[in-house]
Design a protein around this ligand. Structure first.
Ligand SMILES: *Cc1c(COP(=O)(O)O)cnc(C)c1O
Length: 366
């Protein structure tokens, strides 16, 4: 199979050095592995402005959803209420995880073409003092809109409530400062998005005092139990953690999250303008467009067929998602991963050639 570039919002295209770090056998309990394990956790906490006296970095095997469920269970007792701004498909997923774990998600309707208004969160919390926690999607991967945890967090803090932040498609590029946001009870993310490492692990950065043993109602998902066992509990994805250590070296070499964010912004701009140049219509206005995911309206042409398009783009070297994640059909392009604007220009050319090959002439939104 030829090497393909993943133009999707995770798992992302990775650097060869990151993949090479997986090419060895490792025993989780071996004292030689502990510095790697503790080093990754300490570096993640430092990247997020965490204070080791107040915060703890926890590792779970699995994907992002597992860590979000663990955080919901560990922060909120059974029957507890969680306000979730309804930013899109990932907010719906958080609500489902909460509901099936016996917690009560309350959806806050928000526009699907603009960032969440902090005032709307304040009003919803003021109206119901029994809501203890707000679950916010930082970068809503379904729409590509960034929702600001700082201004929303200030409202949550003022009303004495707490925040659970889904930073899965944000961490490593978008800013996060745990020490400046005491209302942030936990932030959840995975290594295979903006950290540009491989899938198989998930991380939670939590305020230690926000965790209570036994509250989770599940041993496997109990963050307090993981916090109480600072070494690897059960079998951690050792190779993924080894790759993540190298990915963190690369993030440092690049100049940290601000430099990475600048590259993603340039990538997203290249995709956005490139798609317009092909006669296609981006879903968001340039002001609402975030740096992680660019959604493009499906063309009106009767010859449009998403899987056919995905296959034609793949034949030209790039993999894009073969499902719709928005209400009106749109295909999505990831601007993240070990890719730069020159790769994005090649992706635009590949997409242009794919449209030509399908004879798609009516490219405006359906
Ligand atoms: C990718 C993603 C997740 C987690 O997805 P998994 O497939 O479970 O790793 C959660 N939230 C957001 C916003 C995401 O982009």
């Amino acid at each position: 199979m030829p090497t393909l570039k993943l133009l999707i919002p995770g798992p992302v295209t990775t650097h060869r050095r990151v993949r090479a770090a997986m090419n060895r056998d490792l025993a989780p309990w071996d004292p030689d592995f502990r510095p790697l394990y503790d080093g990754v956790r300490a570096r993640l906490l430092a990247l997020a402005g965490g204070d080791p006296a107040r915060h703890i970095a926890l590792t779970l095997p699995g994907c992002g959803h597992f860590a979000i469920e663990a955080a919901i269970r560990s922060l909120l007792p059974a029957g507890g209420k969680l306000l979730i701004p309804a930013t899109g498909a990932y907010a719906e997923r958080m609500a489902r995880l909460a509901r099936e774990a016996g917690r009560i998600p309350i959806a806050l309707p928000v526009p699907d073409d603009a960032p969440t208004d902090p005032g709307a969160v304040r009003r919803a919390l003021a109206a119901d003092p029994s809501i203890g926690l707000v679950g916010l999607i930082y970068s809503e991967t379904a729409t590509g809109i960034i929702h600001d945890p700082v201004s929303i967090g200030a409202e949550i803090r003022a009303l004495g409530r707490r925040m659970l932040l889904d930073a899965v498609s944000a961490f490593g590029a978008l800013p996060l400062d745990l020490s400046a946001q005491p209302e942030l009870a936990a932030a959840v993310f995975t290594p295979n998005k903006c950290l540009e490492s491989l899938p198989g692990a998930a991380f939670v950065l939590a305020r230690t005092e926000a965790l209570a043993p036994g509250r989770a109602g599940s041993w496997a998902f109990d963050l307090a139990d993981i916090a109480a066992n600072p070494g690897p509990r059960f079998t951690p994805p050792v190779q993924v953690l080894a790759a993540t250590a190298v990915a963190l070296d690369r993030l440092e070499e690049e100049g940290g999250p601000p430099a990475r964010l600048a590259r993603y912004r340039a990538n997203a701009r290249t995709l956005y303008q490139g798609m317009q140049g092909l006669g296609l219509t981006p879903v968001l206005s340039p002001e609402a467009q975030g740096p992680i995911v660019v959604n493009i309206h499906a063309p009106a042409d009767p010859a449009w067929d998403l899987q056919g398009f995905v296959d034609a783009v793949k034949a030209r070297g790039f993999v894009i998602s073969n499902f719709y994640n928005t209400e009106t059909p749109s295909f999505r392009l990831g601007a993240i991963g070990a890719l730069r604007p020159a790769d994005m220009r090649r992706a635009v050319a590949a997409i242009g050639a794919a449209l030509e090959s399908m004879g798609l002439e009516h490219r405006k939104a359906a």
